[in-house]
Write a protein that binds this ligand. Sequence first.
Ligand SMILES: Nc1ncnc2c1ncn2[C@@H]1O[C@H](COP(=O)(O)OP(=O)(O)O)[C@@H](O)[C@H]1O
Ligand SMILES: [Mg+2]
Length: 331
Amino acid sequence: MKIAIIYSVPTKRAVATQYLAADEDTKVSAEKVSAAMLSKGHDPRLIPITEDSIEKISKISADCMVNLIEWSGLDLPLNFQAVKAMVSTGIPFTGGDVTNLHITSDKVSMKTALDAHHLPTSKWQHFTTGAEAIRDDFSYPVIVKLALEHCSVGLSNDAVVSDKESLARLVKNRAKEFGQPIVAEEFITGRELQVTVLDRPQPQGLSVLPPAEIFFSTAQGFLTYGGRWDEKHPDYNTSSIGVAKLTPPLAKKIDTIARTTFKLMKFCDYARLDIRVRDRDMFILEANSNPGLDDDPEYGMTVSYKAIGMTFTDFIWEIIESCLRRSVTMF
Ligand SMILES: Nc1ncnc2c1ncn2[C@@H]1O[C@H](COP(=O)(O)OP(=O)(O)O)[C@@H](O)[C@H]1O
Ligand SMILES: [Mg+2]
């Protein structure tokens, strides 16, 4: 089968920032996906897409496309152009469709959608300038995130504040520094899980894989940019990942929430939810409809597919199979 593996090349804007690492990993991921599909006897083709070559997508000829496009921040609109070009080819492509992308690629739309579907997420507020009045009913601490980013871009230890005055100050500073909308939300002290949902062939069908847990060295720990991407940062390696040990009732609750989110959001093929658990309550931090594909052992999806005995190749192939099944039922 001819499989086009489409990945984004960092834009000139991203290259000029200190956050390049978060946008740069798509090439390595694409190469790993390609090697996996080659090992299965397929005919993969790597297609790098730059901000100036999006129209290249419309001319692709293949049986299926693996979508590893992941521009972020102020480059977010390019993702929509790319997905529209994929749709125009009529070739099935893996992961989220245009609607999914609209919902999940920025944190304001995502939190709005989670609330609209009555899915559990922490109390939040959207800011554009930082001059807005802060809601009175926040319980502190509160975390301040950049609405258009991913991979913890803009998240350092000072992103968590403990009172209204500090929140007002931080929101204003972040809005000015990054020139993009801000989401502030109640910080949930508790366990952090990455939950992978995979649309498997029958008899399994839609399946929630065993969740991965991020283990932090401190109770207030969270995934900062330095901790995730910067080997020289003191936060680097202060967390680890493994299969979550869950009581049966908690496992059941997570299974139900992940499954329900996937269905209500009409996700395709696979998705990953970042969830925090506090006592018996669960809070969805984000729902990613097109998470990057990589066999990195530090990656939640890797921990989860390995926990059921799958290899990276099996995992990618099931995602592609799901994508092909969808395209058959569409016609
Ligand atoms: N409400 C929250 N409570 C506790 N930790 C949070 C919260 N929101 C984000 N975090 C921490 O910040 C990290 C990144 O936030 P997330 O919303 O997943 O954005 P990103 O798209 O950057 O991954 C999370 O993995 C978690 O460690
Ligand atoms: Mg996340």
